[in-house]
Design a protein around this ligand. Structure first.
Ligand SMILES: [Ca+2]
Length: 183
């Protein structure tokens, strides 16, 4: 029996050590939509007194009339650009805290550094909620994130990056200024 007990204990110890290392290295980066270093129309910053918006500000592609007739393209690359300092390299999940007008106003393009644009969207409308974005492989250091027009009627309150693949944000998150560059 004894030879089976000892390896089991070693495996359990190794799992505990590995788990604590993962825990120690867990990173969560939270930025406000209004933390951009530059903004280009038709992306605009909006201040609100309505509840449920972190910092009382968000960025948006304002609703147009008629709605959903001038979709994305070279004609409107309105965007907000952010600079983030990633403390440790790894695989990060991007989340957007968004508010979508309807099924024709429920997405943004996300462009990380010089990578191709990725559409982030989901089918939950007219309420602030977290939308799961792409998984990103990021080196330690500065990265640029661009949130760009894809459809009018899309708003962004916050975005979050975490290397904890099990983390699912559910409410307003606390901003992490230590990871946000202002220029
Ligand atoms: Ca905000």
């Amino acid at each position: 029996m004894r030879q089976f007990i000892v390896p089991g204990a070693i495996v359990a110890l190794a799992v505990l050590v590995a788990a604590s290392l993962v825990w120690a290295a867990s990173v969560k980066i939270v930025a406000e939509g209004e933390d951009y270093v530059s903004i280009k129309p038709s992306m605009v910053r909006t201040t609100t007194t309505a509840g449920g918006v972190s910092g009382k500000k968000y960025i948006q592609i304002p609703l147009r009339r008629p709605h959903a007739t001038t979709e994305t393209g070279p004609s409107d690359d309105g965007n907000a650009r952010f600079k983030i300092n990633v403390p440790s390299s790894g695989s990060y999940r991007l989340w957007l805290r968004a508010w979508w007008y309807d099924a024709c106003g429920n997405s943004f393009f996300v462009i990380v550094d010089d990578k191709p644009a990725v559409s982030v969207e989901d089918p939950t409308y007219q309420t602030w909620h977290w939308v799961k974005g792409p998984k990103l492989t990021l080196s330690a250091g500065t990265h640029t994130i661009r949130i760009q027009n894809k459809e009018d009627g899309a708003r962004l309150d916050q975005f979050l990056l975490t290397n904890n693949s099990r983390y699912v944000p559910t409410r307003v998150e606390t901003r992490t200024p230590q990871y946000i560059l202002s220029k």
